[in-house]
Design a protein around this ligand. Structure first.
Ligand code: JFZ
Length: 433
């Protein structure tokens, strides 16, 4: 840690990683699930027979869609197949240790019965509190729940993108109070939650509220000790987001890895971080036509391994259908990833960057509880010989396969100098095997 070079009133509240047990628990998750659900799902990405090619949760911004019609969709929201316990069991089987749920996306529709707006689940035929059902069901499976909350709210009359006039400023004051009230309401209603996953904080209007957002963050943390908040919440007094004007991370982890992954450990600057990923290219809410490339379980597992090997968590998004069931593609992925996790979870949970040189065959993780190293191989060398470079003073006792603990691969020392030792681990004896 270092001293800030510029005095900032609303910069970071802390330098370096958060050391407490709740944050260590977050760091050790490795794998999480995101769920995007809300009124947008009812459209299935279609409007009056026309396909909307963008992300479903943005369909209300499409010229073809009238605001009034969109904002009455929830009057049809009655998900007959919704079963939070089934979601939570599937998530458990898939191997996630935490989940993030959309309490309110940009459209402003609340999946809990907020007392600060009428645009909520309470005014749908379903009526019941979906957030509560989700929090309780996941908690029962031992999966920690985080609340996704969009600051952008296209439904609220006081919401503004920018504050151009005094009237805008006046309206926005009401919006700020509304937002603070909703956040406190969520913490009050769902004390089991471990944190907020904020979104939609890039508007000029919000960026200019450094004093307000700084004290709101402090207030939320006081209300809920240990609360985890990422870097996508507030800006400093110079309008800098994620990293303040001194370059220091604001919040408990870096929240900028959205559908992309760091290449190397240098890219993450010693910070905690999460990567949130869609199965299709860029659609979070349910869309009947995913289009484009749909990721396979192997691709997603590789992204998870890469995330953990670079000190991050990997979070995979599911977008349930309007009736509340997951789509078949997601059910299949959950099974496939779950089968891999069943054997290999110890290479993901409690694991971090191993401090060793990256190799082309895959990723190396190290379990911070047992000290064991894991080689997660996605591109086995044709030779069958996997190269590994260890640091001075390190050695190898045994190399085995998690699928078969009795395996004992042959280890060949090929090079040694004062920087360490290089080995070949022979997965096969004969390259043509
Ligand atoms: C936002 C939302 O607009 C989207 O609907 C979804 O909820 C996603 C998780 O978050 O989309 C973003 C947010 C941040 C970036 C890109 C898309 N970013 O930082 O590049």
């Amino acid at each position: 840690t270092h001293r800030p070079s510029t005095y900032l009133k609303y910069g970071t509240h802390r330098l370096g990683k958060r050391p407490d047990p709740l944050m260590q628990r977050w760091r050790d998750y490795g794998f999480g699930q995101f769920i995007h659900w809300g009124a947008f799902a009812i459209t299935e990405g279609q409007w009056k027979g026309k396909n909307y090619p963008g992300a479903t949760e943005f369909i209300s911004t499409w010229n073809e869609v009238s605001k009034n019609e969109y904002e009455s969709l929830h009057k049809q929201f009655d998900p007959k197949e919704f079963n939070a316990t089934a979601w939570a069991r599937q998530a458990k089987e898939m191997g996630v240790q935490y989940m993030i749920f959309t309490t309110k996306h940009h459209d402003g529709f609340c999946l809990w019965p907020s007392k600060y707006t009428n645009y909520t689940i309470a005014n749908s035929p379903y009526k019941k509190d979906i957030v509560e059902e989700v929090v309780n069901a996941y908690d029962k499976e031992g999966i920690d729940v985080y609340l996704y909350f969009s600051i952008i709210d296209w439904n609220h009359p006081g919401y503004r993108v920018a504050l151009k006039t005094d009237a805008d400023k006046k309206s926005y004051e009401q919006f700020k109070t509304f937002t603070a009230n909703q956040l406190k309401e969520l913490l009050h209603r769902y004390p089991k939650t471990k944190g907020f996953w904020f979104d939609g904080t890039w508007d000029q209007a919000w960026i200019q509220q450094a004093g307000f957002t700084d004290s709101l963050e402090r207030e939320l943390r006081e209300l809920h000790p240990g609360l985890i908040i990422g870097s996508r919440f507030r800006a400093d007094e110079y309008g800098r987001r994620h990293f303040d004007s001194n370059g220091d991370l604001m919040g408990d982890y870096e929240q900028g890895w959205e559908r992309k992954l760091p290449e190397s450990i240098e890219d993450v600057h010693g910070n905690d971080w999460d990567c949130v990923m869609t199965v299709p290219e860029n659609k979070w809410g349910y869309h009947s036509d995913w289009g484009g490339h749909v990721k396979t379980s192997v691709e997603l597992i590789e992204m998870m391994a890469r995330s953990v090997s670079l000190d991050g968590n990997f979070v995979l998004n599911f977008g349930p259908k309007p009736q509340g069931n997951m789509r078949p593609e997601e059910n299949k992925l959950a099974k496939e990833i779950g089968a891999w996790m069943k054997i290999n979870h110890e290479a993901i949970y409690d694991c971090d960057y191993a401090g060793l040189e990256k190799q082309d065959w895959g990723y190396i993780t190290r379990n911070n509880k047992t000290g064991k190293y894991y080689l997660i191989i996605f591109n086995p060398p044709v030779s069958g010989a996997v190269r590994l470079k260890l640091l001075p003073g390190m050695g190898i006792k045994k190399v085995y396969d998690l699928k078969n603990l009795d395996t004992n691969y042959n280890i060949e020392e090929v090079y040694k100098d004062n920087k360490g030792t290089e080995y070949f681990i022979h997965l096969k004896n004969n390259p043509t095997e």
